[in-house]
Design a protein around this ligand. Structure first.
Ligand SMILES: [Zn+2]
Length: 264
């Protein structure tokens, strides 16, 4: 019979001869690294799922630009020529997320980041098409854009996604896109630990109602701020009182109004 010797290395029992390794102790926990100083980023809600994000370094990202025909977008934000983003991010093809993406790309010269098949079909120059897919990463100025899953649809091409933006101080913002609650949200938390979540609470026929969206936060995330979106735009979607009721008592809830800018 083959004999096994073992020795202890810092609380780890290692069975020699390459047969097996068994952890029997825990190593000492080192002192936490000092947190990087917070550098505020600006979030402007343009109504529905549309946001403009300005990074600490001045990078501007326009997400889900549905503006001209968006009844919740304030008049001064409907003029597409005012937008000069460094990139336009589109979660999926539906008009309430993508309607003005190509027009703003044409007027500003900004690239469009979205799922490859959908971006490829846009009537914009090829050099402005930044198609990716789940797990993909783009660097835009001082921001890293990560594409994450969403549970919804996209027609006629591509698939629905969300975006996580990583800023230079290590903090992150998660735009959920259109989605229901899903188990892989735990991986989005584990990998990106979002500090600010722009959360779809629209309900109706199309996605998570506010109570289910609140459950997603409770089960999977530990953000500093929760900004509800995609409610109240059309008949059938949830309304503001549904949202405040579902999140009652949660001090992290930040109710914005279209046209408003908040620093985080
Ligand atoms: Zn939508």
């Amino acid at each position: 019979m083959r004999s096994l010797k073992s020795r202890i290395i810092g609380g780890l029992a290692v069975l020699l001869d390459g047969i097996a390794i068994v952890v029997v102790g825990l190593s000492a926990v080192g002192a936490a690294a000092p947190a990087a100083p917070k550098k505020p980023f600006q979030v402007t809600w343009l109504g529905h799922a549309a946001f403009e994000i300005a990074s600490p370094g001045g990078t501007k990202l326009l997400i889900d630009p549905f503006l001209k025909d968006n009844g919740k977008t304030p008049q001064e934000f409907k003029d597409l020529s005012r937008y000069k983003p460094n990139a336009i991010l589109v979660t999926h093809s539906h008009g309430d997320h993508s309607a003005d993406a190509a027009a703003i790309a044409s007027s500003s010269g900004a690239p469009v980041i979205g799922v490859y098949e959908w971006v490829s079909d846009l009537a914009i120059p090829d050099k402005q098409k930044l198609g990716g897919n789940v797990g993909g990463t783009f660097v835009v100025g001082d921001v890293i854009v990560h594409i994450v899953p969403a549970v919804h649809s996209s027609s006629p091409s591509g698939r629905p996604v969300g975006f996580v933006l990583s800023f230079s101080d290590g903090r992150t913002l998660y735009h959920t896109g259109d989605t229901w609650i899903f188990g892989d949200m735990s991986l989005i938390q584990e990998i990106y630990h979002p500090n600010v979540i722009l959360l779809n609470v629209g309900g109706g026929y199309y996605g998570s109602d506010p109570k289910t969206a609140a459950l997603a936060i409770k089960k999977y995330f530990t953000p500093d701020a929760i900004v509800p979106m995609h409610f109240g735009t059309f008949p059938g979607l949830s309304i503001e009182s549904d949202v405040t009721k579902a999140f009652a008592g949660d001090a992290r809830l930040v109710m914005m109004t279209p046209g408003q800018t908040r620093a985080f």
